[in-house]
Design a protein around this ligand. Structure first.
Ligand code: AHG
Ligand code: MN
Ligand code: MN
Length: 346
C-alpha cells in the first residue's frame, strides 16, 4: 500500500507538474495549512478555555464578534503577512484591507488573500461545525508600487486558488487551483493534513436544500416556488438541512448533493453573504466540482465587486438543482416539482 500523501507533498507535486506555478503560491498555500492547524487547536479547546463567548466588539457589519473570530483573524493575518508571498489581505473582520510589508504599502509579494477567518461564528458557543474560507488573486498593481483598492476588487474569475477549512467532526482543508477540487483530512495525532478526498465532484443528482427557513417568506417568488417544490418532493427523498455555517452546509452538499440558498429578501436586497470572502471562493470550488453558483441574475464568478464588504444573494450547489431554481425564475411560482432520480418535470 502506498503512503498517504500529505498536503505539503501534494502542493509541492503540483508545483513540479506545472513549472509556471510560482513558488510563492506554494509557500502561501503551505502557510494557510499551518494557520489552519493553529486555529483548529483553538477551536478544539474552545469549550475548555475562557476564550468562549463574545468579545464585546462588533465588526463592520454590526455583527457580534466572538473571541474565536478575533483569534482566527489574527492568526491568519500574522502567518500570511509574515511570508513573502502576500502583499495584501482583506478580511471579513476588518473594516479596511491590510497592506503587508515594509511601511504597510504592499509593494512586494504577488498575491492578495481575501478571507472569512471564522465562518459560522454563531455556532461556536454550541459546539457545531465552523470554518474558514479563503480566496487568492494576483495583484494588479505592478510589483514595487503600493497596493490600491482595485487590487482587492477583482471578480471571482481572477482567482488563482480558493478553499475552505471545515472544523467539524474531523478537520478538513479543501481547495482548488483550477485543476479540480481536492480535500485533505487532518490527522490530529500526527498534525498533518492527508489527501482523503481526491478530485471531489458533486453527485449528479442531489436531494438536499439548505436555507434559513425563516427568510423564505421574505424571499422572491422564484425562491419560494423552488422551496415549495423541494418540500413537495419529500416522497422522492427531498430533505431540508441547515447548519447555519456556510462552510459546513456547502461541504455536506458537495459530498451528498444539494443546494444552499441565501436569497435576497424584502429587507435585504443583497442577501447576507459577502461576495469576496464567502461567495466567490465557494463558487469557484462549486464550478470546479461540476456545480453552479449564481445570484439573482447570473454567475457569481462574473460579478465585479464595487466594495470590499459587498454582499450578494447566493445560490450554490449541484448543477441540476441550481438550474431548477433558475427555471423557476422563468416559469413562475408553483411551476415544477422535483425528483432527485429523474429530471424536473415542469
Ligand atoms: P459569519 O459567521 O462569517 O458571519 O457567517 C455566517 C453566515 C454563514 O456561515 C451562514 O450560513 C449564515 O451566515 C447564517 O445566517 P442566518 O443565521 O441568517 O441563517
Ligand atoms: Mn461567514
Ligand atoms: Mn466570519
Amino acid at each position: 500500500m502506498s503512503k498517504a500523501q500529505t498536503l505539503g507533498e501534494f502542493i509541492m507535486d503540483r508545483q513540479a507538474e506545472f513549472p509556471f506555478v510560482s513558488g510563492q503560491l506554494t509557500r502561501l498555500l503551505t502557510d494557510i495549512g499551518v494557520a489552519a492547524k493553529i486555529v483548529n487547536q483553538k477551536v478544539n479547546r474552545a469549550g475548555l478555555t475562557s476564550i468562549l463567548g463574545a468579545s464585546g466588539d462588533t465588526n463592520i457589519q454590526d455583527e457580534q464578534q466572538q473571541k474565536l473570530d478575533v483569534f482566527a483573524d489574527d492568526t491568519f493575518m500574522r502567518i500570511l503577512s509574515s511570508g513573502k508571498s502576500v502583499c495584501g489581505i482583506g478580511s471579513e473582520e476588518r473594516d479596511d484591507f491590510v497592506r503587508c510589508g515594509e511601511h504597510g504599502e504592499g509593494r512586494q509579494g504577488k498575491y492578495i488573500v481575501l478571507i472569512d477567518p471564522l465562518d459560522g461564528s454563531s455556532n461556536i458557543d454550541v459546539n457545531v461545525s465552523i470554518g474558514t474560507i479563503f480566496s487568492i488573486v494576483r495583484r494588479i498593481t505592478p510589483m514595487g508600487e503600493p497596493l490600491g483598492e482595485g487590487d482587492f476588487l477583482q471578480p471571482g474569475t481572477a482567482q488563482v486558488a480558493a478553499g475552505y477549512i471545515l472544523y467539524g467532526s474531523s478537520t478538513m482543508l479543501v481547495y482548488t487551483t483550477g485543476t479540480g477540487v481536492n480535500g485533505f483530512t487532518l490527522d490530529p495525532a500526527v498534525g498533518e493534513f492527508f489527501l482523503s478526498h481526491p478530485l471531489m465532484i458533486f453527485p449528479e443528482r442531489g436531494a438536499t436544500y439548505s436555507i434559513n427557513d425563516a427568510v423564505k417568506a421574505k424571499s422572491g417568488p422564484a425562491t419560494q416556488a423552488f422551496i415549495d417544490g423541494c418540500r413537495e418532493a419529500v416522497d422522492a427523498g427531498f430533505r431540508g438541512r441547515y447548519i447555519g455555517s456556510l462552510v459546513a452546509d456547502f461541504h455536506r452538499n458537495l459530498i451528498h448533493g444539494g443546494i444552499y440558498l441565501y436569497p435576497s429578501t424584502t429587507d435585504k436586497a443583497h442577501g447576507k453573504l459577502r461576495l469576496l470572502y464567502e461567495c466567490s471562493p465557494l463558487a469557484w470550488i462549486a464550478e470546479e466540482a461540476g456545480g453552479l453558483a449564481v445570484d439573482d441574475r447570473g454567475r457569481i464568478l462574473d460579478k465585479v465587486p464595487a466594495a470590499l464588504h459587498e454582499r450578494t444573494p447566493y445560490y450554490v450547489g449541484t448543477r441540476h438543482l441550481v438550474q431548477a431554481l433558475m427555471a423557476c425564475r422563468l416559469a413562475g411560482p408553483g411551476a415544477f416539482s422535483m425528483d432527485p432520480q429523474g429530471d424536473k418535470s415542469p
